[in-house]
Design a protein around this ligand. Structure first.
Ligand code: URA
Length: 216
């Protein structure tokens, strides 16, 4: 049993909630069977982990709900928590510039989500148990968007979706799999704000992603 399945089992969550396309309708009352509207209201009223206690708004995602490109970040910060939209702060401005550099925008053919839908206190990383509690929603979101390619922004997103403890540097430059959807890994924009020297590597990753997408 892998790490995320183990955490989910500990929490009483069925492992079929992991990212396994084709299993979507086995739990009709659970996120795996929900449509967009049902899932959004389930997220708004979710109390599955302690993060719900500190939230102002849940942050489901933004963009085209049938986008070819799915970008997954970590967790909402203070501004996202107030607005209910992912990546609206400084990191969001950089993400928008990164998208523009490969001809994309959050308004056009891109969907942006996070591994958890509520803000962790003091902008700490989400705990594995919080990521596991939110995982059924992320999993269903991926199925509903049905992207051609997933771009994982940073270590937390890579860990959550690929169930890997590997470093970003070892995950970059490869095509991973999220179910049957190809996924690539790059740096989180907030990391790039703190480490601008690595922006050139992120640019390489985006060019790689565009090349992978062109070949699909
Ligand atoms: N960082 C993230 O990972 N997600 C957001 O929505 C905002 C900042």
């Amino acid at each position: 049993m892998n790490r995320m399945d183990a955490v989910m089992e500990e929490m009483g969550l069925h492992p079929l909630w992991r990212l396994k396309p084709g299993k979507a309708n086995e739990f009709p009352d659970e996120p795996a069977a929900m449509g967009w509207e049902e899932m959004k209201s389930a997220i708004e009223s979710c109390t599955a982990c302690p993060l719900h206690k500190g939230r102002n708004r849940t942050v489901v995602g933004v963009g085209s709900e049938k986008a070819d490109w799915l970008f997954i970040g970590e967790a909402p910060g203070a501004e996202e928590d107030l607005k209910g939209e992912p990546f609206v702060g400084q990191a969001g401005k950089l993400l928008d510039n990164m998208l523009a550099s490969i001809g994309l925008s959050r308004e056009n053919n891109v969907y942006i989500a996070n591994t958890v839908k509520c803000r962790p206190p003091a902008n700490r990383n989400p705990e594995p148990s919080e990521m596991a509690a939110c995982h059924p929603f992320l999993s269903r979101q991926i199925e509903l968007v049905g992207p051609k390619l997933i771009v994982l922004l940073g270590r937390i997103a890579a860990q959550s979706v690929l169930d890997s403890d590997a470093s970003i540097s070892s995950l970059r430059g490869k095509v991973h799999a999220c179910g049957n959807i190809p996924a690539i890994v790059t740096y989180h924009p907030a990391y790039l704000l703190r480490n601008p020297m690595d922006k050139s590597k992120a640019w390489e990753d985006l060019c790689f992603a565009r090349k992978v997408m062109t070949g699909l």
